[in-house]
Design a protein around this ligand. Structure first.
Ligand SMILES: Cc1cc2nc3c(=O)[nH]c(=O)nc-3n(C[C@H](O)[C@H](O)[C@H](O)COP(=O)(O)OP(=O)(O)OC[C@H]3O[C@@H](n4cnc5c(N)ncnc54)[C@H](O)[C@@H]3O)c2cc1C
Ligand code: SF4
Ligand code: SF4
Ligand code: SF4
Length: 400
């Protein structure tokens, strides 16, 4: 993103410079910016020059750069590991249900919670929850970039009405919202981000669902992006529900393989400014990868442990208020430092070619061509397994 070329509005010179947070579109009081999808379904701002008055607000609000606001941060984050005391919550959450603990607290005190849920047949979008039933849809990781259209303005309205708001999302989303609401309204806003490996393409997710439904001759009625009941916390396999029948076979594992190949991720993800411990949010939630080294007993049942970074005083106070709901332990070593707290994810070397091919020939041909379906898949799986074993060996983790 840059201004220049004789104009004061945003100009996206390279797709890697925009995370799609929507802050620029939300801030434009002249409705001159629309978020439009690219071939993979990622949203980018498009300026209608006939409406633009060149005020420069959209450039000012953009937080996707190295100088994003961390003015409230503690000198170093206060780090905990742990899980919710209620194992039913842990089983329904991706990690140790830290999100449930903090969102329960906010809801119990009359606040509002925002996070990623579903609309229009499992399209991933951000949603507003005012009670636990609505919040429950926001539980669990959805490995697709969520659509934030209109959400930042809803958050602002809640804040202007004096409500406390917990907004959860990827760090590019929390950084964008922080810039959008401005310092005056920040007092009632709690920001929680996730350690982020990258955001996969919405259109590929849509096509994959359609493919699965065609194969099964039944509509999908439920999605679990990482089913730890069937496969354990440290596996990454999605399962689908068809009608009332549950399925989770090898055959349906291909989306996870695509995800970890990094061929589906947004261009900005390999240029991400937030892959470090200088977070743009009050609190950071993650899977506690490396728990074996830090506290070997904490995950004996392989049901998952949360990593929690309290980055600001507000984040620390929030987590102090929910400690009683969780079994937690302080982390004093740097054994929690996983890859995406050190550096962004490298994109697949053929990521751009994939995009071209997918746009031209569609999902099934692209999947076959890039070895995510068909006879080459077995080889790809074997390669990934070897890479994963090598990674686990280097990290000192249990080798499966
Ligand atoms: C795209 C993505 C990449 C991730 N990469 C990593 C990683 O590399 N390492 C790691 O340790 N953890 C990663 N996580 C975080 C991890 O998977 C858990 O979400 C986190 O530990 C919280 O778990 P929980 O048990 O506390 O709550 P859960 O209930 O499992 O998490 C729900 C929270 O995740 C948010 N969320 C879910 N899907 C999305 C989405 N598509 N976009 C924005 N927010 C979303 C919800 O708003 C909610 O706040 C990633 C999450 C996502 C969504
Ligand atoms: S410069 Fe101002 S009017 Fe033009 S697009 Fe940006 S915010 Fe809108
Ligand atoms: S990162 Fe957000 S604010 Fe910046 S150009 Fe992209 S959508 Fe607009
Ligand atoms: S990797 Fe960075 S740019 Fe990509 S979704 Fe995550 S926070 Fe946003």
């Amino acid at each position: 993103m840059t201004k220049g070329d004789g104009v004061n509005h945003i100009v996206i010179h390279s797709a890697a410079d925009c995370s799609g947070c929507t802050a620029c579109a939300g801030v434009c009081t002249h409705s001159a910016i629309r978020m439009e999808p690219d071939r993979l379904g990622f949203l980018y701002p498009k300026v209608d020059e006939s409406q633009c008055v060149d005020c420069g607000m959209c450039v000012k609000v953009c937080a996707f750069h190295p100088e994003y606001d961390t003015s409230l941060n503690l000198a170093t984050p206060v780090v905990y590991g742990g899980r919710h005391k209620d194992m039913r919550e842990v089983m329904k959450s991706r990690s140790g249900a830290a999100f449930v603990a903090i969102s329960d607290y906010v809801l119990n005190h009359g606040g509002v919670v925002y996070g990623a849920g579903f609309a229009d047949h499992f399209r991933v979008v951000h949603k507003r929850a005012t009670n636990k039933a609505e919040r429950d849809e926001l539980r669990g990781s959805k490995y697709v970039q969520s659509d934030l259209t209109g959400i930042f303005s809803e958050v602002k309205t809640d804040l202007q009405n004096g409500r406390q708001v917990l907004f959860t999302g990827t760090p590019c989303q929390t950084a964008g919202l922080n810039a959008f609401v401005g310092k005056k309204l920040r007092a009632n806003l709690l920001l929680a981000d996730v350690v982020c490996h990258g955001a996969p393409a919405p259109n590929v997710w849509r096509d994959y669902l359609e493919y699965v439904e065609k194969k099964e001759h039944e509509p999908v009625t439920g999605v679990n992006f990482r089913d730890k009941e069937l496969f354990g916390w440290d596996e990454h396999r999605e399962t689908f529900t068809f009608g009332d029948k549950r399925a989770g076979t090898e055959r349906k594992k291909s989306y996870a393989i695509q995800y970890y190949s990094n061929i589906l991720t947004r261009q900005s993800c390999s240029n991400c400014y937030f892959a470090n411990t200088n977070r743009p949010s009050d609190i950071t939630l993650a899977d506690f990868w490396g728990i074996e080294r830090v506290k070997p007993d904490a995950n004996k049942d392989n049901k998952g442990v949360s990593l929690v970074l309290c980055n600001t005083e507000k984040g620390r106070e929030l987590f102090d208020s929910v400690k009683a709901e969780m079994s937690i332990f302080p982390v004093l070593s740097n054994g929690y430092m996983q890859l995406n707290l050190r550096q962004p994810t490298d994109a697949h070397p053929h990521r751009n070619e994939f995009e071209e091919y997918y746009a031209r020939y569609g999902f099934v041909r692209a999947m076959r061509h890039y070895h995510f379906m068909g006879f080459r898949l077995a080889f790809t799986r074997w390669m990934i397994r070897q890479k994963s074993r090598a990674y686990r060996f280097r990290q000192g983790l249990r080798i499966k």
